[in-house]
Design a protein around this ligand. Structure first.
Ligand code: QAP
Ligand code: CO
Length: 174
């Protein structure tokens, strides 16, 4: 089932998500819905709060060299924490909850993340490159943070102006 995506400036995106405690069919069905929703909107990452469920769950499905997404590359990350981070890098980010806007933000270069899989088994991943950026972006959603909050004052102003214009244009074609 495709779920509606919560978009900025909806206050629900500022909620802090709660730990997942039951690794049951309800969770598995919800993860399926998240995956369907993400693919339908051409996303590569989605946090549960973006479909209005404040739980510590996120999914990431990076495209391969051909730019294609495969379910076999789907990562389901539950209750994640960063245990190690190193360096810094800049990446042009977007977000399904901030449609139509992309901007460079600073992230750690590499991160080690401890998390649980859909069955509650503990896992550890060391990530760099796009995966590292995606993990950090999605994990910030769990803390109620969006990538636009990392912009400088001037770029944030520019964003607010552009985004308001976009929302207006959207209304006019409805
Ligand atoms: C987060 O972002 C991310 O504005 C996932 O119109 C960001 O999937 C991971 C999207 C940077 C790694 C690097 C955005 C789709 C998708 C839009 C997304 C849009 C349509 C964003
Ligand atoms: Co996002």
């Amino acid at each position: 089932m495709i779920l509606p995506i919560v978009t900025y400036p909806d206050k629900r995106l500022k909620q802090r998500s709660k730990p997942v405690e039951s690794f049951d069919d309800t969770l598995h069905n919800f993860l399926e819905d998240m995956y369907e929703t993400m693919l339908a909107s051409n996303g590569i990452g989605l946090a549960a709060i973006q479909v209005a469920k404040p739980i510590n769950a996120l999914i990431i499905n990076l495209p391969d060299e051909q730019g294609e997404q495969h379910r076999s590359n789907l990562m389901e990350i539950i209750n994640p924490t960063i245990t190690l981070s190193e360096g810094s890098t800049f990446y042009q980010e977007g977000c399904l909850s901030v449609p139509g806007f992309y901007e460079e933000v600073e992230r750690f270069d590499t991160v080690t993340v401890a998390y649980q899989d859909r069955f509650g088994n503990e896992q550890l991943i060391e990530a760099d490159g796009l995966l590292s950026v995606a993990l950090q972006h999605e994990m910030e959603h769990l803390h109620g943070k969006l990538f636009i909050e990392k912009l400088s004052y001037t770029r944030r102003k520019k964003f607010e102006k552009e985004y308001k214009r976009l929302q207006k244009d959207k209304k006019n074609v409805k």
